[in-house]
Design a protein around this ligand. Structure first.
Ligand SMILES: *Cc1c(COP(=O)(O)O)cnc(C)c1O
Length: 334
């Protein structure tokens, strides 16, 4: 496997730090817990979409695109990072925001990520929850073409095989960091949504033969659908690298017991996870993804699921989205 063969733009702050979380680990009964700081990838606040966008921008520029087109929920971190990449490369950016959570709160609809999208000049079109977002992407791309532009369409979450190469890169980087300091990683835990992050990690670890299991904590879909999405994309990603046969179905594991009421909807356990991470190791998580991932990690740790393992939690970013949830969190911050 040789990632240098793929077109790539370099703007992420890499490598991201790999740090211990001693106080959070102690609060979870002595769990040996580390964090991979992909919240610090540097692109207008950073997050996991930045690694994907390095490869997606590589392809977009190679195709001569002048407009990035993408979609997400109103408080999408992916959309914010795409708007940032577009600004940085002098490209136009057209985004479609799905009112997926149904929230009409002013902080949700106007602060956090949306405020940053607008600040960076993205053209925003809002659609109701349940809209066929792929059809909307096609419509936006057609409108760009009709006025003589060249669109590059990025799927939700940047989750196709090209985007997932960013997490193949992360897998290589993490294993190199662990090797350098003699840290044996028994498991990686990450929030999983549009699947590109987990799929890239699984494909990367499989292709380099690292044998480190990845546990995805689902934020939206039920387990069966989530695992099927991750597996399909992991195989496609490994195929881009020339080794699809190295990814097996058993490598894809998602636990979707912690979604709660639905995508982007928070509950007491999410708020508890946000507070615990913030008040132990000053780790700022987000309400939609890493807060749910940590909710799952905390519950599993309390059940003794991890035993004596050394666990790396992948912090995929998203803290900007916190400001979209200020009202909902207000009463719970004591
Ligand atoms: C998008 C996102 C995820 C999920 O990553 P996928 O590749 O979509 O599965 C996790 N955390 C944050 C903060 C995100 O923005």
């Amino acid at each position: 496997m040789h990632l240098a063969r793929f077109a790539r733009e370099r703007f992420a702050h890499l490598p991201t730090a790999l740090e211990p979380l001693p106080r959070l680990g102690a609060a979870l009964g002595g769990l040996k817990l580390w964090v991979k700081r992909d919240d610090c990838t540097g692109l207008a606040g950073g997050g996991n979409k930045t690694r994907k966008l390095e490869f997606l921008l590589g392809e977009a520029l190679a195709q001569g695109a002048d407009t990035l087109v993408t979609q997400g929920a109103v408080q999408s971190n992916h959309v914010r990072q795409t708007a940032a990449a577009a600004a940085r490369y002098g490209l136009a950016c057209e985004v479609i925001l799905e009112e997926r959570t149904g929230s009409k709160a002013i902080d949700y609809t106007a602060s956090g990520n949306v405020l940053l999208d607008r600040l960076m000049g993205a053209a925003i079109r809002n659609v109701p929850g349940g809209t066929d977002m792929n059809a909307e992407l096609a419509k936006s791309a057609e409108a760009v073409r009709a006025r003589g532009g060249k669109p590059y369409v990025i799927p939700g979450g940047g989750s196709n095989a090209v985007g997932a190469l960013g997490y193949v890169d992360c897998a290589i980087e993490l294993v190199a960091q662990a090797n350098a300091r003699g840290l044996v990683i028994d498991r990686i835990v990450t929030a999983t949504g549009s699947a590109g992050t987990q799929a890239g990690l699984v494909a990367g670890l499989a292709v380099i033969g690292a044998d480190i299991p990845v546990l995805g904590i689902g934020v939206r879909a039920p387990k069966e659908a989530q695992e099927a999405n991750v597996h399909k994309l992991a195989v496609e990603t490994a195929a881009l690298l020339g080794h699809p046969e190295r990814v097996t179905r058993e490598m894809t594991v998602a636990n979707c017991d912690y979604v709660g009421a639905g995508y982007g909807l928070i509950d007491d356990e999410v708020i508890e996870a946000l507070k615990l991470a913030a008040r132990t190791d000053a780790l700022i998580l987000d309400p939609v993804y890493t807060g749910k991932g940590m909710k799952g990690l905390i519950a599993l740790a309390r059940q003794g699921f991890f035993g004596d393992e050394t666990v790396v939690f992948l912090h995929t970013g998203g803290a900007q989205g916190l400001f979209g949830y200020q009202g909902e969190m207000q009463g719970a911050l004591a």
